[in-house]
Design a binder for this molecule. Structure first.
Ligand code: MN
Length: 427
């Protein structure tokens, strides 16, 4: 990328590898550890800018946000519901206040002490009240790998897969924020050749490397969102770990798809990165052949070059190790198509709904987005630096996802989403 403009900088210190420079400005919900209510903030370097304080002092005085009180609430739903012009107005105001050459906040020590919190001094919570959660299955590589394992190479992709973005309705109540520990689920499993199912803790607990987007502006029941209007409805993106119990899934999934294998927990990163921040990383997606039906055509480029990693740390390890590297750009079905397909029946989406991508696997074995694929159903265990091996997650293991777009001299990142596996609870 050739640019003659000097890189915009903040008066708040931002290290070069930070995920949160002034070009990012992701929205989240935080609570100061010293006390106070949950409210909206924006990450900048190692600090959190308190939007509730700025709102109370009248800094959001543009036509979209004046007389709104969206940032003092414990969820971003009301802000999300205002739509793209309001999101852009907020971003412009925040970016202006954080600029290195703007003295308004920089030189106001009292305001700085009220409005800037060290990240270490706050607790993050879910960015929104999530009314509904849908998980797609939009990576061709992932669907092909799973299809080969369960049905053989000839029938790897189901006949519908290249014609529509397959998905299931997930469980919103168990979406949790980064850091929440995950108890190993228990359930029915059916071993190959066994005469009857067994009830036991899952022995094949897995992660899924995904991204998801929050619906901003919703749609009325009966009024589909055209793919060409998707941008007005997508508030921003987070990292998603769709924890999955493969043995439970294998026994229960036909004919209606995943149920208990995935409903016990889904973890998301706390900072929502906007489409504005991600704009420099927009790239063409994979060629789609056969051409999708007209309602799934979006014309614009809807893939994003976002580097993704999963890291694993067992209790015997002193630091995590990267076990896969993938990229959001590999997704076959894009967000505009997911939104158009989800609503084509007239299904209404509401502000704060979460739509996840499905496991994002790349084309090579070191870029697969789940242990199911990385170990090929447990046939090729991965080696850890501690000398241990893993087919699936063990109690005590910590799984972390991270991701970022690499700009010229800056990084637009998502932070991380992490969770440790705890033993199954006694029934
Ligand atoms: Mn999934």
């Amino acid at each position: 990328m050739i640019s003659s403009e000097p890189l915009l900088r903040s008066f708040v210190e931002v290290r070069p590898e930070s995920h949160f420079p002034i070009q990012n400005l992701p929205f989240g919900i935080f609570t100061p550890k010293v006390g106070g209510r949950a409210r909206a903030g924006v990450a900048i370097g190692e600090m959190v800018l308190d939007l509730a304080v700025l709102e109370a002092q009248g800094f959001f005085d543009g036509p979209q946000l004046r007389s709104q009180h969206v940032f003092s609430q414990p969820a971003l739903n009301a802000f999300m519901a205002l739509g793209r012009p309001a999101w852009q107005e907020a971003r412009a105001t925040i970016q202006q206040l954080l600029r290195a050459d703007n003295p308004t906040l920089r030189d106001n020590a009292e305001l700085c002490s009220q409005a800037l919190w060290p990240t270490a001094g706050v607790t993050m919570s879910l960015p929104a009240d999530i009314g509904d959660y849908t998980d797609f299955y939009s990576s061709r590589e992932h669907a092909t790998n799973v299809g080969i394992m369960f049905r053989g190479r000839e029938n790897a992709l189901m006949p519908n897969w290249l014609h529509l973005p397959v998905a299931y309705h997930g469980r919103a109540s168990s979406v949790v924020t980064s850091g929440t520990a995950i108890h190993r689920p228990q359930g029915q499993t059916m071993a190959e050749g066994a005469p009857a199912p067994l009830f036991a803790p899952s022995r094949s607990l897995d992660f899924e490397l995904e991204m998801g987007f929050f619906v901003g502006l919703g749609n009325q029941l009966g009024a589909p969102i055209p793919a060409t209007e998707a941008a007005g409805h997508i508030f921003g993106l987070v990292l998603v770990n769709d924890w999955s119990a493969r043995d439970i899934q294998r026994w229960e999934y036909q004919p209606l798809g995943p149920f208990l294998a995935k409903n016990f927990a889904t973890s998301i990163s706390p900072w929502v990165v906007t489409l504005e921040a991600l704009a420099p990383f927009r790239v063409p997606g994979p060629a789609q052949e056969p051409e999708p039906l007209p309602y799934l055509r979006s014309r614009e480029e809807w893939a994003y070059d976002i580097h993704l990693e999963a890291l694993l740390q067992s209790e015997a390890m002193s630091e995590p190790v990267v076990i896969t590297r993938s990229n959001f750009r590999h997704l076959y079905w894009n967000m505009a198509q997911q939104l158009a397909h989800h609503t084509i029946t007239g299904c209404n989406l509401r502000p704060g709904d979460l739509l996840a991508s499905g496991t994002i696997s790349g084309p090579t074995p070191d870029s697969y987005g789940s242990l199911l694929e990385l170990t090929w159903r447990g046939e090729r265990p991965i080696q850890l630096p501690s000398g241990e091996t893993r087919k699936f997650l063990q109690d005590g293991d910590r799984l972390t996802l991270t991701g970022w777009g690499q700009g010229d001299g800056y990084r637009i990142g998502f932070g991380e989403v992490t969770g440790q596996i705890l033993p199954a609870r006694a029934v």
